[in-house]
Design a protein around this ligand. Structure first.
Ligand code: ADP
Ligand code: MG
Length: 392
């Protein structure tokens, strides 16, 4: 699992290709959230301080071919402000003009290539395209944990042609997520929620092998409640997964994992702001009403193991937190995780957004920047973008 990083190699005078994750949300060409850009700064600054010439590259959104609305220019401007030095944006990511610009680059200078996905060869992991990217540099650095679950030319293929090491953000992600799976401080308490059982089967299965306690909330818990014979009203139900939920419950028992389900929930007449809602017994949700959040007795029951955990791993909001009236359970669990002395790791795009929104992001050990990538990691899968890097 340990990978070489930029700190293990001499970067002086080298041209370094950095695959970053600058896939930020844009509205009318303006960046509405620059977290991902900020998260890449330690690696870029380190390389510039160590006399490297830096070639930055990322995808932005999902263009089907070149798309003027998805050029990297706003990212170059924001980077330039943050780094307090010019960041020249090139108009392509391969080709003679790019090669010339890169050849002229001096140590301490930075360029940003155009959106990698303007070329369909990127996602196809085309070897010729990967080789063209590689020809720009003499060292490859992957700092894009958020894209590491994809085998694309810039995340995997390129590593066949250059020495390949991890950036500092990638290193941090592997360190904290890896520790949870490999040598967690026990007891390991896993909190799972979010939308669907279907999305999380792999995560549940893998973590049942490792956890001492598993707390289930969010939309997925109703399929488990139903499997145990509860009346769940109009709550989210995956009828085709009820048997699976029963099987996973049994597996938890066999493994001696304490599996806790909500004892009370906030049920609403409709899943929308302003709808009538009240706290009800989790096993007797009124017909036509949907469970939209965990209730206060559940928060108390979940908070106790969180407080005494050695490690907490959290993926998936406890309720429909986008609607303020249904956000209290997620907020309270976020607070419990923040207040616990446990090493705490939070993964999943929506869960990370929730903990940011509630102001607890800097009170946990690590919030993963990789949504899908962190889920695949928790499933115990090997991420192609990680596998491509040299072992330490
Ligand atoms: P993550 O991105 O952190 O992995 P998911 O994408 O699995 O999380 O789940 C987040 C979504 O789950 C949120 O949009 C939230 O509204 C939804 N959700 C949570 N609880 C419920 C519920 N009880 N009913 C319906 N949807 C829910
Ligand atoms: Mg999500």
């Amino acid at each position: 699992m340990r990978k070489r990083t930029i700190r293990d190699v001499d970067t002086t005078g080298r041209r370094v290709f950095v695959r970053a994750d600058f896939n930020v949300p844009l509205e009318q060409g303006r960046i509405t959230d620059d977290h991902r850009i900020v998260a890449s700064l330690p690696t870029i600054t380190y390389l510039l301080d160590h006399q490297a010439a830096v070639i930055l590259a990322s995808h932005l959104d999902r263009p089907k071919g070149p798309d003027p609305a998805l050029r990297m220019d706003p990212i170059a401007s924001r980077l330039s402000e943050l780094l307090k030095r010019p960041v020249r944006k090139l108009d392509d990511c391969v080709g003679p003009a790019v090669a010339d610009a890169v050849a002229a680059l001096r140590p301490g200078q930075v360029v940003l290539l155009e959106n990698l996905r303007f070329h369909k060869e990127e996602e196809a992991n085309d070897p010729a395209f990967a080789k063209q990217l590689a020809s720009l540099a003499d060292l490859y650095v992957n700092d894009a944990f958020g894209t590491a679950h994809r085998a694309h030319a810039s995340t995997a293929g390129i590593a066949a042609y250059l020495p390949a090491v991890a950036g500092l953000l990638m290193e941090r992600e592997l360190q904290f997520l890896g520790k949870v799976l490999e040598r967690p401080q026990r007891p390991l308490v896993v909190i799972l929620g979010g939308a669907k059982v279907g999305d999380k089967i792999g995560v549940i299965r893998n973590l049942l092998r490792l956890a001492q306690t598993m707390l289930l909330g969010g939309g997925m818990c109703y399929t488990f409640l139903r499997a145990g014979g509860a009346e769940i009203g109009a709550s989210l139900l995956e009828l085709d997964r009820v048997d699976l939920a029963r099987e996973l419950t049994r597996e938890a028992e066999q493994r001696g994992v304490r599996l806790l389900l909500p004892v009370d929930v906030v049920a609403a007449e409709r899943i929308e702001a302003g709808a009538p809602a009240r706290v009800v017994d989790a096993r007797a949700i009124p017909a036509g009403w949907a469970g939209v959040d965990v209730g206060p007795r559940t928060v108390a029951a979940f908070s106790a193991p969180i407080a005494s955990a050695g490690t907490v791993l959290w993926n998936g909001p406890m309720g429909v937190f986008e609607i303020p009236a249904f956000a209290e359970g997620t907020r309270a669990i976020a607070r419990a995780v923040a207040e616990s002395c446990a090493e705490s790791v939070v993964g999943g795009g929506d869960t990370a957004a929730a903990i940011e929104e509630f102001g607890y992001a800097d009170k946990v050990t690590h919030v993963s920047t990789g949504g899908g990538a962190s889920l695949e990691f928790m499933e115990g899968r090997t991420l192609p973008g990680v596998a491509a890097l040299e072992d330490a």
